[in-house]
Design a protein around this ligand. Sequence first.
Ligand SMILES: [Zn+2]
Length: 319
Amino acid sequence: MLSARKLSGVRRTIRFHNFRSRSASRTSSNLAFVPTCLPPDPIEVEKLQHFVSNSKRLFVITGAGISTESGIPDYRSEGIGLYARTDRRPMQHAEFIRSASARQRYWARNFVGWPQFSSYQPNTAHLVLRDWEKLGKLHWLVTQNVDALHTKAGSQRLTELHGCTHRVFCLACGDQILRSELQEQFEALNPTWKAEAFGVAPDGDVFLTDEQVCNFQVPACCKCGGILKPDVTFFGDTVCPEKVNFVHQRLAESDSMLVAGSSMQVYSGYRFALAAQEKQLPIAVLNIGPTRLDHFASLKLNARCGELLPLIVALDPTS
Ligand SMILES: [Zn+2]
C-alpha cells in the first residue's frame, strides 16, 4: 500500500521544525489582515462542538482565512483582502508559460517576498487541526493555501490542493528543488540587485515596478536548462486529475466536512463541497463573511478560526 504522503502527490519532503506545543510564544498571531467579527457566540460554539463530537472521520478543507491570523493577507475579504486594497492580481498560468518577462517579474517579486513569506508561522488553528489528526478525529485535511503552514504545524494526512511555494520544478525535465535552494541561486546571479519588499501577498508576491524588475536575472534548470516554475497551481491552470481523484477518495471515506477560512469561490475546492452535499454529509462552515456553501451547509459560523477551533474538544471523554 502506498503511503498517504506519496499518494497526496508530495514529491519531495520539506522538513520543518514541527510545533509541539500550543503556547502563544511559539505560534504566530497577527490580526492586521483578519476581518473584524464578533467573538464566538456560545450557542454557536456548542453547535460546532456537537458537530465535531458526532463526527468520527472528519474531512477538513482550509483556505486563506486560516492563515490571515499568521499575518498573511487573503485575496477576497471585504475591505481588507488583497483584491479590496490593491489592483494586484495573482499570476495567470498562461502568462507565466508564454512570457519570459512575466516570469522575470514573477521571480523578482517572489525573490524579494521570500524571506518574509517563508518565515510565517502556523497559528493556533493550524495546531488544533494537527492535534485532531493525532487524536484520530481528522480523517483528511485539504488546503487551498500554498504557504506550507499546515506542514510547518506537523499535519501529515494533508493534501496541498494548489501545491506549495516551498517547492520548485522544471517544466521540461520535472526535476524538483527546494525554493530555499533557488533563493541561493538568485542571490548568486544577482549580487548587486536590491529592492524593498512591500506588502506580501498570499502566494509570496510583493509589488515592484517594471524598472526595478528589468535587470533581475532568472536561472534555468541546472539539469536541462528548462524553465523553473513554483509547484503551485496558478490561476487559469487546473489541479491534476490524480490529485482530485485522491481527494475524492478521502472524502468518500469521511462522514462529515468542515470548511475553515474559505469562501470557496474557487471551483477546485468547491467541487469537494458539492460532492459532500451529494453524499448528504453534514457540512459545517467556519468563515468570516459569506461563502458559496451558506445555502446548503448544516452549520455556518462567522468567527476567527484561531479563536473558535481551540474551544472545541475533539474527543468527548464521555462518549
Ligand atoms: Zn530541467
